[in-house]
Design a binder for this molecule. Sequence first.
Ligand code: FMN
Length: 278
Amino acid sequence: MEKRKTSARRNATPARPACRPSSAGRPSTASARRSSDGEDRSAAPSPSEPSTAPVPALTAPAPALTAPAAAARERWKPGTLIYPLPAVLVSCGATPEEYNLLTVAWTGTVCTNPPMCSISLRPERHSYEIIRRTGAFVINLTTQALARATDWCGVRSGRDCDKFREAGLTPLPSDRVEAPLVAESPVNIECRVRQRLPLGSHDLFLAEVVGVQVDPAYIDPATGRFDLERAGLIAYSHGEYFALGRSLGRFGWSVRKKSRPAAESRPAGKPKSKSKSR
Ligand SMILES: Cc1cc2nc3c(=O)[nH]c(=O)nc-3n(C[C@H](O)[C@H](O)[C@H](O)COP(=O)(O)O)c2cc1C
């Protein structure tokens, strides 16, 4: 039925011109790589930024697309099924005595400029009250090496134990917020709460990113490139944790005409030459 609707709609719609690359695909100027606070981010471009470098072809054939008939689809009650998600370790607490960690999957980037992100917390979490009071937290990205601690911090409460100590994690002071960061994480994102929005089961904490610390072990000394893919990041999907797998292509590869011959290819690890923020 849905198929018929789609084709009827297609027939009624006047033909549109062929798609042109969006501005996100255009190379940017060097000044666009400089943030408003004057910090040079050229060594640490966002992984989703477009690149003018040649795009490697898919290394394995993609599975064929199939569209089952609409009637064959199951209807479920409304629920939260956006997957995969990150499963981050959120750290909080103004003093070592109250330092705490909890695992959060309801998290995301919500704005580029100013850089903002969100976490959604149930008010019954021990961390909730700490974050509400201090207005601060740190999002620590998680890796395969942190997978066990990530799960554990999501099933134990800081009311009952010192999670940093019991999970074998090291708290370090943040530069700009009243919350510790996790030294074992490759990326620590220091967040200052700007708004708290009660939604129902969860409150959304909208926060501004006021500082970022990264593990220099992932910075290529020769090129300055931040090789985050070497960190072994994990994702959370439908109740399970996954190691991220092979790359399927760089941002924008679907619209690139063809990659240059191998001899002209960008050497591995060389930083992207030009990019534009999203
Ligand atoms: C993978 C995973 C994701 C989770 N995501 C959230 C979340 O987004 N929001 C939330 O309030 N709790 C979430 N939790 C549950 C809390 O991490 C858990 O209740 C934790 O024990 C709370 O710790 P606290 O009481 O010390 O704050 C998640 C747990 C796991 C294992």
